[in-house]
Write a protein that binds this ligand. Structure first.
Ligand code: FMN
Length: 331
């Protein structure tokens, strides 16, 4: 068994978190990850309102007796969602673990900590990690350049970012971005992390709610099949490479660039959601990380989490064999 600060703090068997995923982090997936021994995380904003989140929490509880969390993502928005309402609904429903992500999480973190909850905050820079630690989060989730969704604007790959985390952070952290197997999990332990957060890998599981065609597309893809959009708007997002994301990038690269209004229809969330419903990978924008290149099958969450655990243990054991006594090395 792999016992770390994360497994002890959260009361889970395997140090693997399924990160919040818009339209994907729904009760059936969350419960499957938690039942498999990891931490499933419901995505609050996938639910249309706080009451719907209450129902999703109750539904998840019917499917698992294991710990699970709720993600609240603070997005740059002109008309922000009712974050406080979602947070209150989840706390009142007895949720004890939260994943926060996005800008200015201070107030939300304080609210959760005042209610005795554990907070995992996801961030992409050491500066933001230190600021979240000052706000009192329990665990940081350090999201490197490889990740699906928003990697920030500084383009630091996980290898350096995690090593920097080891130098700078005084509280436990997990690694996020580009991890999809036990080898990745073992690697991030070496970089000081106490677990891994995975998004793209869990999209491609039996219990993931997206259309089978999209899962098949992920299996058929390579590590070169994602692209960054919104670079010029300083709101970079890593998404699957398709005609829509390619057009967005082309518009951004025109002389003078593109305003968000010009991209709005192409990038609309409603269109992205249809990708998962219709099973047409070219219908809109959908998040995916570089780890699509590592994904070769679509297992159940139970098979996947067990495999990751076993592989990580094998890799760690193998690494131990690198170290031999001086006498033996001379032979
Ligand atoms: C389809 C999809 C949707 C996502 N939506 C969110 C989201 O709403 N909020 C959030 O904090 N992170 C979101 N993420 C990021 C994941 O939680 C996680 O940080 C990321 O996927 C890690 O990188 P990986 O995909 O390489 O494992 C999303 C990722 C994917 C693949």
């Amino acid at each position: 068994m792999l016992v770390t600060a994360l497994t002890k703090l959260l009361g889970i068997r395997v140090p693997v978190v399924q990160g919040g995923m818009q339209w994907v982090g729904v009760p059936q997936l969350v419960a499957a990850v938690s039942n498999a021994g990891g931490l499933g995380v419901l995505t609050a904003l996938t639910q249309p309102n706080p009451d719907a989140l209450r129902n999703a929490i109750r539904e998840t509880r019917k499917l698992t007796g294991k710990p699970f969390g709720v993600n609240i993502t603070l997005l740059p928005s002109i008309n922000p969602p009712d974050y406080a309402g979602y947070a209150r609904a989840a706390v009142e429903e007895g949720v004890k673990i939260f994943e926060t992500a996005g800008n200015n999480p201070g107030q939300l973190i304080r609210y959760f900590k005042d209610h005795g909850c554990i907070v995992i905050h996801k961030c992409t820079t050491i500066r933001h990690a230190k600021s979240a630690a000052r706000h009192g989060v329990d665990v940081l989730s350090i999201d490197g350049f490889e990740c699906a969704g928003h990697p920030g604007e500084e383009d630091i790959g996980g290898l350096v970012l995690l090593a920097r985390a080891a130098q700078e952070l005084q509280i436990p952290y997990i690694a996020s971005g580009g991890i999809a197997d036990g080898r990745g999990l073992a690697a991030v332990f070496a970089l000081g992390a106490c677990g891994a957060n995975m998004g793209t890998r869990f999209m491609c599981t039996v219990e993931s709610p997206i259309h089978q065609n999209i899962k098949d597309k992920i299996v058929a893809s390579s590590e070169t099949d994602t692209v960054h959009i919104f670079r010029t708007l300083r709101n970079t997002a890593r998404v699957f490479k398709n005609p829509v994301s390619t057009e967005v990038v082309a518009l951004e690269r025109r002389p003078g660039g593109a305003k968000f209004e010009e991209l709005r229809d192409l990038v609309s969330g409603a269109r992205g959601r249809k990708v998962y419903e219709l099973g047409d990978p070219d219908y809109g924008i959908w998040s995916a990380g570089v780890s699509v290149g590592l994904i070769k099958d679509c297992p159940t969450c139970d098979e996947l989490v067990r495999r990751i655990e076993r592989e990580a243990e094998e890799v760690i054991e193998g690494l131990g064999k690198l170290r031999v006594s001086v006498e033996k090395a001379k032979l």
